[in-house]
Structures are given as structure tokens and as C-alpha cells.
Design a protein around this ligand. Structure first.
Ligand code: ATP
Ligand code: MN
Ligand code: MN
Length: 388
């Protein structure tokens, strides 16, 4: 029995990791609204509420049709009462009062602006807002104590809030490849994160690095960072060393979802990206970028020959590479759902390092993402359909 003339009956599985979610879908109008409420819940540190809105939005992203009436939502999982109320209002009135008043509220706007500064999390943004700060330049104007990351965040605010293009990501890939190959020839470098899922733009560029010969990757990160720094490619970097072996809570159970790989959160200085991306390689150590001091924050002038780009570098041992690749490809909700599926449906524990089977009391090995999905009893979902 068909549910309606133009919307074929379509079943949606309840975990995001059981579904294919393309980047472009038919319900952006609704998902953007639900994600405003999710973001606002995150600002209020209400994780349960935020995940509920994100799950609702994610279900709509997986539909092969545009939702036009409440009937189109029949039999769909994860749509809580609150999400349904919001969707109903948008379908009937064109917008939701709750979403619009959230979007326009001073608190939401301030939180959005302040958390938009690299290095500023929800906690410090909230403290700032309660002290009357509304935007990044207020951090400087009121003489807030800023750590190194936050100072860089303010300094490069405009650049870091301008989306990184695929072309810029590829130019950075070339630099990273050159750097890695000069410090450890034969290494394997993978572009992960949103760009691996087929996104055209991103907020940063994510790389995962490994080497087939287990163990030789140890100590790679400091050498890599040194090389990049010497060549003038780094505006900021913070390297965290591998703490996997020291953890007491077991490899598959890191606190929250942070992993323990050797990693580097950095800000790259990327030469002007022309059609010919080889030009980029020669401008790395060029210091001619002009800066301008506005309200105490140093801003780059539009005509500058370089821009700042956020780059994440992660090094993994070869034996954990498949888990690391899966864990760093995202989306964040897809990752979260994979771990929930593993725990609740399979009695397993999944991290970016390993998969532990509690029933068999052993770690399950995997050399590819496909093998991990198979261990989990899931159909393989390619990266471009993990845009949950
Ligand atoms: P964007 O285009 O906005 O960068 P993205 O999907 O690449 O989108 P990121 O924040 O770069 O988002 O995260 C990429 C992946 O890396 C996600 O799957 C996330 O789970 C993982 N990740 C990010 N930060 C950490 C962290 N500190 N520890 C472990 N995994 C992380
Ligand atoms: Mn990313
Ligand atoms: Mn990242």
C-alpha cells in the first residue's frame, strides 16, 4: 500500500551508520532549522537534546524526497515530539518561531561568534557572554587573558572563518606530502574529514599519516612539524604526543571520543592559490603578506598574497590505520552512531584505534574500513555517503 501519490514508501534504518546519507539532499530547509536548535543545545551544554535534534535532521537527509506534509514522515525513526512540532510549523507557516527567535537571540549570536574563534570552546564563550562579550574583538578590547591558540584564533579570525576550498585543500596536500616524504620516505598520507566525504568546502583540512613498516612512524610528528616550520608554512601549531599506550582505561575506551594519536592542530600559511597550484610551493616561506591592525586584532588585508588555513595532522601506526581512517572521516554524527551501534547492538567497543569484542574478549583486527563494517555486521557505507 502506497502512503501517498508522489512519495513512495521508503524505510529508513534507525542508526545513521546503517543508512546512506549523501552530501546534497532534499530537505535542507528543514535540516538547517533543526541544526540551529542542535547547535543552541550544544551552547547550553545539553548534549542529549543536541543529539536528538541532530538525529532528526540526519533522518531527513537520508530521504530520497522532499518532505511536504506530516504524512511524509510516517514510519520514520528518531523523530522526537519536539522535532516533529518544529517540522510541522515550518511546513505549515514557512518557518518556526522557536528557530527564528533562537537564530536572532543575542546569546545565540554571541555564542556563535565567540566559539567561531579557534581555541575558544563553549565554556569560555559562555563565560565571556555572561561578562558582556558579544564578538571576537571584545576579547581584545576588554583585555581577556588569551592562551596561544586563542591569540592565533583572534589574529586569523577572518581567514579561519572563510571556507577552505577543495583546491586549497589539494594545495595543502602537496605541501604535506612533500614534508612527510622528506622526513619519512614511503609514508602513506590520506586526506580525511569532510573532503574525503566529497565536501566542496570545509572549515579545515584533515590528514592521516602512516607507514607500512610498523614502528617507524614513531617520532614522525615532531620531525614533520619542524620541517614545515623551517619552511615557513606554520603560523601556529600545537602537537600532542601519542598517549595510547599509557592509557589505563584500555585502548578501546578513551574518555569521551578523543583518541590518543600523535596529533597536531595547526594553522598553515598558504600562498595565494592560483589555477596553477604549483605556485603555492614557492611562496611558503614568503613573508610579504601584509597585515593591518584593526581594533587591536591583526587582520589580513584582502589583497594579501597568503591566507591562514586550519590543518589537522594525525599519525597512526599501520596496525590501527583502518580504524583511524574510519574515525577521522566523519561525519561526527556518523562516528557517534557507529560507536553506539557497536556498543548497543553488538556488545563491542569501537574507537579510532581498535574494535574490542566483549563476548569473545578480544580485539578484532582490520586492514580496511570494509573489514570493520563487516565485523560490525553493517553494510559498507562509502565516505561520500557518511554525510549524516
Ligand atoms: P569540516 O569541513 O567542518 O572540517 P569535518 O567533518 O572534516 O568537517 P572535523 O571537525 O575536521 O570535521 O572532524 C573530522 C573528523 O575527525 C570527525 O569525524 C571527528 O570525529 C574527528 N575528530 C575531530 N577532532 C577529533 C578529536 N579531537 N579526537 C578524535 N577525533 C576527532
Ligand atoms: Mn575537517
Ligand atoms: Mn579537523
Amino acid at each position: 500500500l502506497k502512503s501517498s501519490e508522489d512519495t513512495p514508501s521508503f524505510t529508513v534504518k534507525s542508526y545513521a551508520c546503517q543508512r546512506r546519507t549523501p552530501l546534497k539532499h532534499h530537505n535542507t530547509f528543514l535540516t538547517e532549522a533543526l541544526e540551529i536548535l542542535a547547535e543552541n543545545a550544544e551552547f547550553g551544554e545539553n548534549e542529549g537534546r543536541s543529539v536528538a535534534f541532530r538525529r532528526s535532521a540526519s533522518v531527513l537527509k537520508a530521504l530520497p524526497y522532499a518532505v511536504r506534509q506530516m504524512d511524509d514522515l510516517k514510519n520514520l525513526p528518531c523523530l522526537g515530539e519536539h522535532s516533529q512540532r518544529v517540522i510541522k510549523e515550518i511546513l505549515e507557516d514557512g518557518s518556526s518561531r522557536e528557530v527564528e527567535s533562537t537564530r536572532q537571540s543575542a546569546q545565540f549570536q554571541a555564542m556563535k561568534a565567540l566559539t567561531g574563534v579557534f581555541g575558544v570552546g563553549v565554556r569560555s564563550a559562555d563565560r565571556g557572554f555572561r561578562e558582556g562579550l558579544l564578538c571576537p574583538s571584545d576579547l581584545i578590547r576588554t583585555g581577556q587573558k588569551l592562551n596561544k591558540a586563542q591569540q592565533a584564533g583572534v589574529q586569523y579570525y577572518d581567514d579561519l572563518n572563510r571556507p577552505v576550498t577543495k583546491q586549497e585543500a589539494l594545495a595543502i596536500s602537496q605541501i604535506v606530502e612533500r614534508a612527510v616524504n622528506s622526513v619519512l620516505p614511503g609514508s602513506i598520507i590520506t586526506l580525511t574529514g569532510g573532503f574525503r566525504r566529497g565536501k566542496e568546502v570545509g572549515h579545515d583540512v584533515d590528514f592521516l599519516i602512516t607507514h607500512e613498516e610498523e614502528g617507524v612512524e614513531e617520532g614522525l610528528m615532531p620531525k614533520l612539524v619542524n620541517w614545515l616550520d623551517e619552511q615557513g608554512f606554520l603560523l601556529y601549531q600545537k602537537t600532542t604526543r601519542n598517549s595510547y599506550l599509557e592509557s589505563k582505561d584500555g585502548p578501546a575506551r578513551p574518555p569521551n571520543n578523543m583518541d590518543r594519536f600523535e596529533r597536531c592542530f595547526s594553522i598553515f600559511k598558504l600562498g595565494q592559490c592560483s589555477e596553477d597550484s604549483s605556485a603555492v610551493l614557492e611562496t611558503g616561506s614568503d613573508d610579504s603578506g601584509t597585515t593591518d591592525n584593526v581594533n587591536g586584532t591583526t587582520r589580513q588585508q584582502p589583497g594579501s598574497s597568503w591566507r591562514a588555513v586550519r590543518v589537522d595532522l594525525v599519525v597512526s601506526p599501520f596496525s590501527q590505520f583502518a580504524f583511524a581512517t574510519l574515525g577521522w572521516t566523519g561525519s561526527k554524527l556518523f562516528e557517534r552512531e557507529l560507536r553506539r551501534w557497536a556498543g548497543q547492538e553488538k556488545g563491542m567497543s569501537l574507537s579510532s584505534h581498535a574494535l574490542y569484542d566483549s563476548k569473545q574478549q578480544r580485539y578484532l583486527r582490520a586492514n580496511s574500513e570494509e573489514e570493520i563494517f563487516a565485523h560490525l555486521g553493517l553494510e559498507f557505507i562509502p565516505p561520500c555517503e557518511r554525510n549524516s
